[in-house]
Design a protein. Sequence first.
Length: 303
Amino acid sequence: MKYIFGPVKSRRFGLSLGIDLSPEEKSCNFDCLYCELKKAKPVSKIKNEPDVEIIIEQIKEYIKNFGYPDVITVTANGEPTLYSDLEKLINNLNEIKGKSKTLILSNGSTINDKKKQEILKKFDMVKISLDAADQKTFKKVNRILDGISVEDIIQGLMQFRKIFSGELIIEILLVRNVNDSLKNIKNLSKVIKEIKPDRIDIGTIDRPPAYNVYPLTDEELIQISTLFEGCNVNVVTREKDSIYENISLSEDEIIQTFKRRPYTYEDIKSVFDKKTLDRIEDLIKNGKLKLRKLKKTVFISSA
């Protein structure tokens, strides 16, 4: 289906069904160094926005065929809060979600907007990225659209925490020699303690990035996590983060899925069934999927 993908099962969220609000091209007001998507000029809106009715019909069809996932995740090839019908979408999702929880993955760029806060508080879980606590580092790692301020994001998160009764998660993604300085980590620790999220996820580059940048080691992430004393910290590693159920996909579904997220051979063997594995091999041979290498790890992505 065009606007939904997965499901993927992770230790942190359970079985998650994704909604992609920008499947045709990257639509984001950030162009992060570590992004899994191709580098692109930051934009202020999503082009060719999908209709809420079509998304809801696809969700209903999935539920009819496979039952309720643990989580329905709103995301995008970019920033989902740029979607102009986000309020209508979450209102409709809340009517049909059953036992599922709703989650949105955002870069936080609009969190200082009171109207956006009112929309976001309708989700069960909100996960916001915060990779730096000062404007210079913020601009360097996230390559933002002009006019976006990390101080506005921090203040918006503090305000949102006061009105949001759901689960607020802050994600920090660290890039070697960019935002991993002791100064940035200490500043982040300070502001996050003021925000009071329910959980902090600390990770690093895990898949081929848009730019020529490098990850930290698991050991370094664990050491950094100790600086967030008194916080509920989850250190995200490949081994810890992912467990999957076998899934069967058609060729078109494979291409759409790999367009959104590169997979390793290890991922593929644990995620997909035998028929899907055979289709993936055929797509590689036919040039519709390609191999990319990050250090010693080989990833498969859309061509």
